[in-house]
Design a protein around this ligand. Structure first.
Ligand code: GLC
Length: 435
């Protein structure tokens, strides 16, 4: 059986991307020191001078990219995307385009390169996030998101700004990143702004997106580009929500990636308490793959350069599950149309091995009925321990010992006979070998 998913074609190399399914997002910059959201400069309407205290004290002495990469690998992540520059304008690499970079902080070294090396050494693909917004560059003009949009002196200075100089800077920085740091597999550009509250917007025209994409593809033809330049990219990127189903654009399924935080903020946020549980996160990953997408899960390392214990705890928990269940994630996608999962369950499907994975979010008592599945499954087992799950086809009697019974299941039903006790894993998975 071959199922045609009719996915809109893209320019970048999407094969590894849709097989990988799970990546680590890293938001790291000066805002780690404020430790109260990566937008704090904007939220608190700070000037460059006020924000400078973080630049002066950025000194991640405990930074160990090997540790980060190992955490990602152990969690089962296959690619990562790091903020080379976020909206604050601060650069984690030794850029020649501005002094507002890590070389001039107490850190005094390029933090990006060793990170790329460490992740690549573990076969984790490399991605860069680059903010189109820049709240530090002198020629970046006002918009509805700018920290100084109500600052009269800043507004008065708009006339002296030369937007093309910012665009040239953005192109030059991107060129640096795509020529001096080896193969970059993904690029996440962030983001376009609609005109709002009397402020001008910034989109494809302002970013000169077509020309920009041409340059990116020339430098790294295989790169997977996201969709926030105001024109379509390779990857559609819903943020902090789960779509209802496979995302479609113009009626066609597209390649998509949900990005999520552990706790609402992307940058390190000391006092944030809304941390998602391992259980929720594993279910989000499953739900994403069941809808044909990828999950990019974010960590916000501290100003000392560590991934904090709450994130480590979640990553370890996910890794514990992935160790026995990654077969239902890697290379998997949504089940073919017409194969509907029962309540509280999600299907993923591997088109190459022709196996269907039944993820059980809420453990039922003994019998799990799959209408329409009679005759379709050759063998079934729990994925965590490869223990057989016995099956009953159609209206056949369920057990001889307890006396014959049949509560009138439709003849095309396949019934899985589950153990009474849920296996001791976050989300149990039954692997169905389809005929
Ligand atoms: C947003 C936010 C941002 C975050 C990003 C993650 O657009 O501006 O802070 O980096 O999404 O994708």
């Amino acid at each position: 059986m071959r199922f045609d998913y009719d996915i809109a074609p893209v320019t970048g190399d999407s094969k590894w991307f849709t097989e990988a399914r799970f990546g680590m997002y890293i938001h790291w910059g000066l805002y780690a020191l404020g430790a109260r959201h990566e937008w704090l400069k904007g939220r608190e309407f700070m000037t460059n001078e006020q924000y400078h205290k973080y630049f002066k004290r950025f000194d991640p002495d405990l930074y160990d990219p090997e540790l980060w990469a190992q955490l990602a690998a152990d969690a089962g992540m296959k690619y990562f995307v790091v903020t080379a520059k976020h909206h604050e304008g601060f650069c984690l690499w030794d850029t020649k385009q501005t002094d507002y970079n890590v070389m001039h902080t107490p850190a005094g070294r390029d933090l990006l390169r060793p990170m790329l090396d460490a992740f690549r050494a573990r076969d984790i693909r490399a991605g860069l996030y680059y903010s189109l917004l820049d709240w530090h560059h002198p020629h970046y003009t006002v918009d509805v998101k700018h920290p100084l949009r109500y600052n009269q002196a800043f507004l008065d200075a708009q006339r002296e700004k030369d937007w093309q100089r910012y665009i040239d800077f953005m192109f030059a920085q991107t060129r640096e990143l795509l020529t001096e740091y080896g193969k970059i597999d993904v690029m996440f550009l962030d983001f376009s702004i609609p005109p709002l509250e009397g402020f001008p917007g910034k989109g494809a025209q302002e970013w000169q997106s077509e020309r920009f994409i041409r340059m990116v593809r020339e430098l790294q033809p295989q790169i997977m580009l996201n969709d926030r330049l105001g024109i379509p990219g390779d990857i559609t990127t819903p943020e902090q929500y789960q779509p209802r189903g496979w995302i479609r654009v113009g009626g066609r399924r597209v390649i998509w990636e949900a990005c999520h935080t552990f706790s609402g903020s992307w940058g390190y946020y000391r006092d944030e308490e809304s941390w998602k549980s391992v259980d929720t996160l594993v279910k989000m990953l499953i739900d994403t793959v069941a809808k044909g997408g990828n999950l990019l899960l974010n960590v916000g390392p501290t100003g000392r350069g560590e991934i904090d214990e709450r994130a480590v705890d979640r990553l370890r928990g996910i890794g514990e599950w992935m160790k026995r269940h990654s077969r239902s994630i890697y290379g998997c996608t949504a089940a073919p149309d017409g194969l509907a999962a029962p309540g509280d369950c999600r299907f993923t499907y591997n088109p190459d091995t022709h196996r269907l994975y039944l993820h059980i979010f809420s453990w039922p008592f003994k019998n799990l009925h799959l209408p329409g599945f009679s005759g379709k499954v050759e063998y079934a087992q729990l994925l965590n321990d490869a223990s057989e799950i016995r099956m009953v086809e159609g209206e056949q009697e369920m057990t001889m010992e307890a006396g014959a019974f049949n509560e009138g299941r439709p003849a095309d039903t396949l019934t899985l006979q589950l153990p009474v006790k849920q296996p001791n894993v976050t989300v149990p998975v039954i692997e169905l070998f389809l005929r």
